[in-house]
Design a binder for this molecule. Sequence first.
Ligand code: XMP
Length: 526
Amino acid sequence: LVLILDFGSQYTHLITRRIRALSVFSLCISGTSPLKAITDLNPRVIILSGGPHSVHAPDAPVFCDGFIEYVEKNGIHVLGICYGLQLIVQKLGGLVKIGEKQEYGKMNIEVISENSSFFGNWIKGDKQDVWMSHGDEVSKLPDGFKVVAVSQQGAVAAIENPSRKFYGLQYHPEVTHSPQGIKTLRYFLFDVCGINADWNMEDVLNEEIKVIKETVGTDDHVICALSGGVDSTVAATLVHRAIGDRLHCIFVDNGLLRYKEQERVMSTFKEHLHLPVTCVDATEQFLSKMKGVADPETKRKIIGKEFICIFDEFAQELEKKLGKKPVYLVQGTLYPDVIESCPPPGSGRNHSHTIKSHHNVGGLPKDMKLKLIEPLKLLFKDEVRALGKILDIPEGFLKRHPFPGPGLAVRVLGDVTEGNHLEILRQVDEIFIQSIKDAGLYDEIWQAFAVFLGILSVGVQGDQRTHSHVVSLRAVTSQDGMTADWYRFDSEFLDQVSRKITNNVRGVNRVTLDITSKPPSTIEWE
Ligand code: XMP
């Protein structure tokens, strides 16, 4: 295991991902975690991440007491990146000062050491471009360390003390702007630390199946709420592989789904994946509760509550049928949701759920006392997709854009039950998404959808004055949904989509495009 201690850099998760891409298992925990959290994981290598602080700041995060003694006693290699390097220097008796010239962005560095074990076969005089982002710099090295490379401005760029197994890079090898960065990390892990590249998705799958079999035992039953999204589908398929039809899934049609969604996902669940799924059509139940409700938060809360009622009924009926209570609940929680990190103050990281009360289908009713099975909780989204591929989930399904738990309720502004607003939105959305797929753009976009604005505009269609609905189209690129940029379609594409919508969807005479990033907007409109 390669353990990353996070000191708040925006690139920390990228380090974890880069290392996993080298087929080495890697986890990230807060840089200030207690020693026990580190020793329990028994890492072979520890990487100290970068961070926005100065090591001199009063609130600067620091690794726990006893860290240095622990790594030295156990022969663990330690690599400090940026802030991590400065922490090593400061804690081992060197000096870090405010840099005379700060270094942000692309820099050229030069290897100045005759025979550095860190840079392997690099030779003195070699140069490379790297990505720097630091204000402080090393002014005096701790005893036993040597400078391996310096920046074009003369600042320390790489240091090492091979006998104590401490290494440091002032730049960020994990970002693509450091073109040699991955090579350097690879050399460090395999040649310097002697790690094996032995982590792969087949092993993850087999290990998960083994753990689930052991955990669940031979008679217990497990339930799972399928949302139609990638995560819950992969999680359920994996659990199904482990325990067969002692898994019981529910898919709820709340009347707020997209065009033909129920048909489409149920056919994948049943015909392709052979999952035991009960489809509950609760359209009436949901929509009757939503009548007259226009406030976005109230809409979300009603949907969350109603879902839990249905889920509860499902569990009770199952209990009657089986003669015993189901014991476990499967959830498709991913690593970014559980990751414990060290966000810089005021950074807004790790607070994605405070802006809107997110309702994830499958949310755990508090009094159900089910134990959780979260087979994906150490995986990133792309790893979940890779796992889904091994589980034979169709590629098209694995690449689906995210869809919010409250569904179209957050895309029809105001009262969703009014007129045929939901139906109009479904048709517009289907045309937009199908056009994106036909143009081969679907995989470039994080999420695309239409929004029903609930306002009327004047138009002229077939020589007639119309007073009809306005819709907006939204498509964004994003890494994780926390920030997003609007997708730049070409104007020809937009022109065609707009015509298709107004020609085919009765009741719409105006199409607009949302060109706002997140922040200041959110991805959804409500
Ligand atoms: P926002 O609108 O907050 O959305 O920028 C960020 C991402 O989260 C999705 N989203 C939700 N997902 N339940 C969910 O499961 C929700 O209540 C919810 N609200 C927003 C949104 O589609 C985007 O991918």
